[in-house]
Design a protein around this ligand. Structure first.
Ligand code: GDP
Ligand code: IMO
Ligand code: MG
Length: 422
């Protein structure tokens, strides 16, 4: 029996998960998403082409690989339809290699409207949600009102849809928001028809049977650990468990079935949306990171907040997930900084600590260690040994602090710009 490897984000999302999953896919038979939904935007670049995936796993471009949308995902049929249309020109065998869990929940048009209503009502305290309907859809799942993918095959699906929509409209009557539901519905129902052309299955059986047959499976996380509903900067989080524990419940596999846990992080930090960000550089340095890293949201286009690498936060994420190997992306973005700051601890109310805390009543000041930068453009490097000494020393500092090896260093957005150390 083989084990499932998990790849997940250790920061606030957008660590480059899509790029690395795509680069690793040749080593696996099956790629599966286990949580999140169209709030995710996973970017892949190869052969001078760029694709952004929201719902479909990032293994989809490789021939002969099975891609699964697991039960923990919330799926918007309209977004799904747009993704399939985008992929159709590249992929002829989509219906045979993409399988959807019958237990995944649907995002209804009214979930998106409710998301907007909740955010508007929060005013200054808004989460900065992607407004894709994530929180209302997971709320309905937890309150046992959700609509699942299997429901679309039932004769009374329209009734199920109508009763949920009516319930949502009654809720929306309490909010000050104008909307036109029919604008949302047309594309959504077209998406439902398209979904029916795909294999809808109890993917927990498929995954466990595949392990018994010796198949290799990679689980692809969405968002990042610091956006986890339990361990992130609550309430400025998403509505699912983004951590390794969420992978088991989001796929229907035992913790005993998990092999490697790959934790991916950027060589600096970014965050999109509201909430605490201790090492944020809301200044020229942050703007330089944003410019060099092209830090604009893949799903919403919003500028990402940028700051230095936060080691206590990284160690926290490694602990919560049980990370076994680290992958570092966007090393190239740090080229051209004379000095680089690494946050090694915090000063909280006059006390030095490396305990990561999101209590917003506390005054958290990062304590930085300054290291030398490097000036070389490293995107053309093909081997780890070619990297500048200062970058290798930066990598060693992180390895020593976390006690974990950095096995992949990514030096550009393209599939080929990936340095494997082992
Ligand atoms: P994900 O959500 O974790 O899949 O990450 P996103 O796709 O939202 O954001 C990562 C962005 O950085 C995308 O535009 C990627 O093309 C890009 N990217 C990934 N790895 C690297 C890298 O090593 N260097 C550079 N410069 N860009 C990268
Ligand atoms: P990937 O998979 C970065 C953020 C939003 C907001 C908060 C809640 O591409 O890394 P939600 O729509 O889930 O209610 O938003 O979470 N967020 C992300 N930030 N990358 C993502 O996904 C994100 N998905 C949600 O900006 O702050
Ligand atoms: Mg993203």
């Amino acid at each position: 029996m083989t084990k499932i490897d998990i790849l997940l984000g250790l920061q606030w999302g957008d660590e480059g998960k899509g790029k690395i999953v795509d680069a690793l896919t040749p080593d696996y038979d099956i790629i599966t998403r286990f949580q999140g939904g169209p709030n995710a935007g996973h970017t892949l670049e190869f052969n001078d082409k760029k694709f952004i995936l929201h719902t479909i796993p990032s293994g989809i471009f490789h021939p002969g690989k099975i891609n699964i949308i697991g039960n923990g995902v919330v799926l918007d049929p309209e977004v799904f339809k747009k993704e399939i249309n985008m992929l159709s020109s590249e992929n002829s065998e989509l219906t045979s290699k993409l399988i959807i869990s019958s237990k995944a929940h649907l995002i209804l048009p009214t979930h998106r409207i409710l998301d907007a209503a909740y955010e508007k009502a929060k005013g200054k305290l808004k989460i900065g949600s992607t407004l894709k309907g994530i929180s209302p859809a997971y709320t309905d799942k937890a309150s046992r009102n959700g609509v699942r993918v299997a429901d679309i095959l039932k004769d009374n699906f329209r009734e199920i849809y109508n009763s949920n929509t009516e319930r949502h409209l009654a809720m929306l009557a309490g909010y000050d928001l104008e909307f036109n539901l029919s604008e949302f519905e047309e594309g959504w129902f077209e998406g439902i028809e398209l979904l029916k052309q795909f294999k809808i299955a109890n993917t927990e059986y498929l995954l466990n049977d595949s392990l018994n047959e010796g198949k290799k499976i990679l689980a692809e996380g969405a968002q990042g650990t610091l956006l986890d509903i339990d361990f992130g900067s609550y309430p400025y989080v998403t509505s699912s468990n983004t951590i390794s524990a969420g992978a088991c419940s989001g796929m229907g596999v035992s913790p005993k079935a998990i092999g490697e846990i790959f934790g991916i992080f950027k060589s600096y930090c970014t965050r999109v949306g509201s909430g605490p960000f201790p090492t944020e550089q809301d200044n020229d340095l942050g703007q330089k990171l944003r410019d060099q890293g092209v830090e604009y949201g893949s799903t919403t286009g919003r500028p990402r907040r940028c700051g230095w690498l936060d080691i206590p936060a990284l160690k926290y994420s490694c602990m919560i997930n049980g990370v076994t190997r680290l992958f570092m992306t966007k090393a190239d973005v740090l080229s051209g900084f004379e000095k680089i700051q690494i946050c090694t601890s915090y000063n909280i109310d006059g006390k030095n600590t490396d305990v990561f805390s999101f209590d917003d009543d506390k005054n958290i000041e990062p304590v930085y260690t300054e290291v030398d930068g490097w000036q070389e453009n490293i995107s053309a490097c093909k081997h780890y040994n070619e990297l500048p000494q200062a970058l290798k020393s930066y990598i060693r500092t992180i390895e020593e602090a976390t006690g974990l090896p950095i096995d992949i260093v990514s030096v550009g957005p393209d599939r080929e710009e990936t340095l494997f150390r082992t």
